[in-house]
Design a protein around this ligand. Structure first.
Ligand code: PXG
Length: 290
């Protein structure tokens, strides 16, 4: 039995879930999206994901056409219909159908869909032994161009970064700002730990405000770790005691090698492992039931 997809107000079989070739989401990547997780029949922090979705839509002057509450209810309904206990949820809002021109005013109604699926987890190996990453040659978009705070459907900058990762024989790549500061990875935020201090770059350098990043900052503070937003150059990463990535799909994944250089002892660090434990508890307890 196929999974049902919410598409423009209706639930349809995944094979029937189709959108127009004139949709500006397809023609121009004109739209916004969210990736959300459900654990044990609870959606993890849906309000935060929906706030980010609506803020992004506002920034590109896209009218979603549904309230946050309605959309949250449709997410829960989709999960219930598909009887999923644990899931990866993709919410997508595009500008909708228009003509062969950029003008967003030609698109009269947004396209909204929700895909819920079983989550394909990263290999356990990454969490036990850690991940190697490389610095992408592609730089992150400056906030004055396509602001990385907007989780837009135009992910070409990140895809180019991902190609750099693949070329470097790894799964994830570090993306720098135009000034050479650490921004984030192609689909994850980045943290380092140096002398017991947990640090991540300030999001206004040009990075997505990650929901997982926010949760990890809370956990670090609650558990007595010193935390600071810090501008950092790649050299500071090489010299860090620990490094890890955060993201909805990845959760917390230790980084043990950057550009071929070992981070700390070249294995997942103690602070990273503690935070991974706290995060596991958090997702099991802090969610919205469906
Ligand atoms: N930075 C970027 C550029 C992202 O796309 C994150 C950071 C982490 O944010 P959250 O809110 O998830 O903690 C993301 C989100 C995937 C996938 O399939 C990953 C993301 C988005 C879409 C798909 O791996 N990462």
């Amino acid at each position: 039995m196929g999974l049902k997809v919410f598409l423009n107000g209706e639930f349809v079989e995944s094979e029937e879930a189709k959108i127009s070739v004139f949709d500006h989401g397809v023609l121009y990547g004109d739209g916004v999206f969210e990736g959300i997780r459900a654990y044990n029949r609870s959606v993890f922090r849906p309000e935060e994901h929906l706030d980010r979705l609506y803020d992004g839509a506002g920034a590109i002057r896209l009218e979603i056409g549904m309230s946050k509450n309605e959309l949250q209810e449709k997410i829960c309904e989709t999960l219930r219909l598909n009887d999923l206990d644990n899931a990866y949820i993709r919410v997508v809002v595009t500008r909708g159908e228009g003509d062969l021109g950029l003008d967003p005013r030609k698109c009269k109604k947004s396209t909204v869909f929700i895909i819920t699926d079983r989550i394909a987890l990263y290999p356990r190996e990454y969490y036990i032994n850690g991940l190697s990453i490389v610095t992408a040659k592609t730089r992150r978009n400056p906030p004055e161009a396509l602001n990385p705070r907007i989780k837009s459907l135009n992910y070409m900058n990140n895809i180019l970064g991902k190609i750099d990762a693949i070329d470097g024989g790894t799964e994830e790549a570090l993306m720098l700002t135009m000034d050479g500061y650490v921004a984030e990875c192609t689909g994850d935020n980045i943290f380092i730990v140096t002398a017991g201090r947990v640090m991540t770059p300030p999001n206004d350098v040009g990075a997505l405000c990650g929901i997982t990043q926010g949760a990890v900052i809370e956990l670090a503070r609650q558990n007595g770790f010193e935390f600071a937003y810090e501008m950092m150059k790649p050299e500071q990463l090489y010299e860090a005691d620990e490094c890890f990535l955060t993201g909805t799909a990845a959760e917390i994944v230790p980084v043990v090698r950057i550009d071929g250089k070992a981070v700390g002892a070249g294995k997942p660090g103690e602070v990273t492992k503690k935070l991974m434990g706290f995060f596991r508890e958090l997702v099991e307890t802090d969610g919205v039931r469906y």
